[in-house]
Every structure is written in C-alpha cells, then in structure tokens.
Ligand binder design. Structure first.
Ligand code: NI
Length: 184
C-alpha cells in the first residue's frame, strides 16, 4: 500500500502559530485530494507494520496548517479497536457552539504529529463538545462528540487558532487541578 506523501511540519515552524483562514467553497480539487490523502495517511500511520516500515508516528488527527496550508480544515481517523474499522471526520470551518462543564484529560498525555518530544502534564479538555462545521461540499452540519473524539476535535481546532497542546500545560505545575478532572 502506497503511503501518501505528506510532510508534517514541526512545532518550530512559525506557520503553526498562525490563525488559519475560513474556507470558501467550492474547494479546489487539490484541497479535496489533500483531505483524502491525509485520512489515508492517518489510517496507515496506525498500522503497526506500515508505520514501522515507513517510519511514521501514529496519528489520529491532522490539520491543514500542519502541512503548511493555513486553511480551517482538519481530518480525524480513529480506529475502533473492536471492529478494527475507522471512524473518520472531515471538518471545515469548525465552531464550538456548546461544551460540557465536565473536564477530562488524556492520562498518557496528548500527542501531536508536530510535537516530536515527550511533554509531561495535563491538557484540560471538555468531555463533550458540539461543533458546527461545513462538510467537503460546503453543507453545514452540527455534531456532538465525546471522550477521545471530543479531545481530538479540541486539539485540532486549537491548531486552526495557532495553539499547540503544550501551550495548555501549566509550565510551573504540569499536573495542576488533576483531581478536578476525569482521566481518559
Ligand atoms: Ni496536533
């Protein structure tokens, strides 16, 4: 299987700090191709054998800005461990319109394909968020996501605003308020 040629930029790249631009429809064929290539890339990165062979880090989400294109687009591919099938999302111009009060954090730490180092600490996220977005054809939808997928949505929306997960960790007290949140 051919892995799409995708270069993910490292956090040192300043473009990751920019606020991505709202997408105008229709999308170009180039952007559509990049959307489907990114999903394929994420899916293959979660295949242990392929990842090892092609030196890929496993990732479940990717924002366009991480590939040097500051447009408000991200994709998610999350493998369901029971069925081995992927839940995929193509999200354009997202906007969080509601969020749970309950906060959660990923116990083993959040990862990012642009952050090539281990960063200790807690990233507080809402356990559930409702997001308004456009699909690949520009149609408007609303989706309510929870748990790991909700964390992934918030992580990717942060990318569109120039924010990295490491920014959300308290530098002086990386495990601050741990007991006030539920661990995922
Ligand atoms: Ni990331």
């Amino acid at each position: 299987m051919e892995v799409p040629k995708i270069k993910v930029l490292d956090e040192k790249d300043k473009i990751l700090r920019t606020v991505s631009k709202t997408v105008i429809f229709p999308l170009s064929d180039k952007d559509k191709k990049l959307i489907y290539d990114s999903i394929k890339f994420l899916e293959l990165s979660q295949d242990e054998e392929i990842a090892k062979k092609c030196h890929l880090r496993p990732g479940m989400g990717l924002a366009f800005v991480q590939m040097g294109i500051p447009k408000r687009i991200f994709v998610i591919a999350n493998k369901d461990e029971d069925s081995n099938k992927f839940e995929t999302h193509i999200i354009i111009n997202p906007e969080i319109i509601a969020q749970s009060e309950e906060l959660v954090y990923v116990g083993e730490g959040e990862g990012c394909l642009s952050v090539n180092r281990y960063v200790e600490g807690i990233v507080p996220r809402h356990a559930r968020v409702t997001v308004k977005y456009n699909d690949i054809d520009g149609n408007e939808h609303t989706i309510r996501v929870r748990e790991e997928i909700a964390v992934a949505f918030q992580h990717e929306i942060d990318h569109l605003n120039g924010i990295l997960f490491v920014d959300r960790i308290d530098k002086n007290n990386p495990f601050k308020d741990k007991d006030k949140m539920r661990e995922l």
